[in-house]
Design a protein. Structure first.
Length: 459
């Protein structure tokens, strides 16, 4: 098995292409996947992209208010992971940063993952809206230079966070989940997550906490023969101890096809999305109502004008961007039409009102082939994409919905693709990517105009 995420993805898509050729379906390049919240780490750029540009704005409506559950303090238990003998060194004042993932708690306070180019992930915290940052990286061991540290985290509020690091070193078979309740001033390590009997490496792509006690870690363990082997860990004591409830040996969640996302609405109700890249018929979607112990396959009805969308071997569809809020939620189905000339991509929005057991195709389709869809709550969301899915340099339109995707309003057009983090209908940030370069940008008018930030370690 491959021991790096990049190798894993290349192997998976190579196998997909071979299988497509054997079935007589035309091989094609897979549409760009969105960055989830957690997303696979890409090589960092050497220069920021040009300042983002926008088209004239359109008016947007204010979203409905939603209540945020109050956080309580995580369990205070003595550390179970010894401090590393050679921990990651904190960055010095003035260090220029490349932000790869971001979570803002309000207009000034937030967290990020990033650092200087190609040295591994640091955990960062800002108090001025993303202009300057403090390095609050937990005492994780320094990785080998050829395999920089790959972090993922969940940031509940300005003080509370959980972080874990991927491990592609074949000599390591366990990882810790670090937790803090004081903004990263101190960290405690969990009991170790062990995968020695289940996979070759540990690539944690998602952490989610429902409250200060209940949380999940989702990790990839290896790929092979059209399978993406994954594990799911659950905690009920704030991240001190973890139980492995999904792995390739338990055979409760199907291991076939590439996994693109996971989300839980509560301790029992969750979804896993995926993409079989046209090698297997149908659409990959798994739902649980018992906290991950068992999984079912909800049915997605095809659009009435495309009844064979999910059965035609020349069409490849995958599910992306899952979101659940109590019983309501949404996900995106992205399809590639291989026999079209040129090959084209289309996206469809499906919504649920029963925690993901049944799904309804939105009456208003997404206005473009989406590259990124994100919801702040059950009503307020953004979608970015283009009508020209075959042109990698085509401008990308940004749309906003305030009614759960029933209607969309165009708010601007950008020359970059973004991983968006909005805190309300007007204020948001994006990790903007143009070609191979990344930059951090901010908006205060719902995405109509964006300003370039130049993040660095605070003096």
């Amino acid at each position: 098995m491959c021991r790096s995420l990049t190798c894993r993805l290349i192997l998976f898509l190579t196998i997909c292409a071979l299988a497509l050729a054997a079935c007589g379906a035309p091989a094609t390049e897979t549409p760009a996947e969105p960055t989830r919240a957690p997303q696979p780490t890409q090589p960092l750029p050497t220069a920021p992209p040009p300042s983002p540009t926008v088209m004239p704005p359109t008016e947007t409506a204010a979203p409905a208010d939603t209540a945020t559950p109050a956080a309580t303090e995580p369990s205070t238990v003595s550390p179970t992971t010894a401090p590393a003998a050679n921990p990651i060194a904190h960055l010095s004042a003035g260090t220029v940063l490349t932000i790869t993932r971001l979570h803002m708690s309000d207009a000034t306070h937030g967290w990020a993952i990033g650092g200087p180019l190609n040295i591994g992930d640091h955990i960062l915290r800002t108090g001025d809206g993303g202009k300057t940052w403090s390095d609050v990286t937990p005492p994780e061991s320094v990785s080998a230079p050829e395999m920089p540290n790959n972090a993922t985290g969940y940031f509940m509020d300005d003080h509370t966070a959980w972080v874990t690091y991927g491990n592609f070193n074949g000599g390591e078979t366990s990882a810790s989940v670090w937790r803090t309740a004081d903004g990263g001033a101190t960290w405690q390590g969990s009991t170790l997550l062990n995968w020695t009997d289940a996979g070759d490496y540990f690539d944690a792509t998602d952490i989610q906490f429902l409250d200060a006690q209940t949380g999940f870690v989702f990790a990839h363990l290896g790929v092979g023969m059209m399978h993406d082997y994954v594990s799911l860990y659950r905690t009920s004591d704030g991240g001190v101890n973890w139980e492995r409830i999904v792995d390739p040996l338990l055979d409760n969640l199907t291991m076939s096809c590439d996994k693109t996302g996971i989300v839980f609405a509560d301790a029992n109700t969750g979804l896993v999305t995926g993409d079989c890249h046209a090698v297997a018929p149908g659409v990959f979607l798994q739902a649980t109502k018992d906290g991950g112990a068992t999984w079912t396959t909800p049915e997605l009805a095809s659009p009435t004008d495309k009844p064979d969308l999910f059965t035609d071997q020349n069409i490849g569809c995958g599910t992306y961007n899952p979101a659940l809020f109590a019983q309501s939620g949404a996900l995106v189905v992205r399809c590639s039409f291989f026999t079209a000339n040129p090959i084209r991509a289309e996206s469809y929005l499906y919504t649920t009102a029963d925690g993901g057991q049944t799904w309804t195709l939105s009456a208003t389709p997404l206005p473009m082939a989406s590259t990124s869809v994100t919801f702040l709550d059950a009503k307020l969301g953004w979608a970015q994409g283009t009508l020209d899915s075959n042109n990698p340099t085509a401008p990308l339109d940004l749309y906003q919905t305030t009614d759960g995707g029933a209607t969309w309003t165009k708010v601007g057009t950008a020359t970059w693709s973004g991983i968006f983090n909005f805190i309300n209908d007007q204020t948001g940030w994006a990790v903007a990517q143009a070609s191979d370069a990344l930059a951090l940008v901010v908006t205060t008018n719902g995405g109509q105009k964006w300003s370039l930030l130049k993040p660095q370690i605070a003096p």
